[in-house]
Design a protein around this ligand. Sequence first.
Ligand code: NI
Length: 136
Amino acid sequence: MKKLMRFGVSLDKDLLNRFDALIRTEGYTNRSEAIRDLIRERFTKEEWACGREVLGAITLIYDHHYTNLLERLTKIQHNYGKVISSFHVHLTHRNCLEIIAVRDKSKNITSLAHRIKSLKGIQQCDVAMCSLGEKI
Ligand code: NI
């Protein structure tokens, strides 16, 4: 168990009220956990900005009827070589949801997502930025 430290923060009353209202809607029962999560999110963004090794979850929606799309998606992932896991859901008659988990330097993950996003038939492609969590 890590040692906990307490510190005081001075905030404008309106800003604090807005923060409290926001974290209540998100289900937080106290400010400490909400602030810890904000700090972790900031460190994760920093890891991505610095090009560190990180985790990414690439989420895509696509029409599997597009010619050669499945083959292209498979080839891109094989050539990339750092996919940890992927998850496929047959959403509707036409559309599929796929989540691809990767561990790599952030710029390589972003580049992979751009290659996938630019394929014809991809309707949506987003990257969830995650940290390996070793330092946060
Ligand atoms: Ni499918």
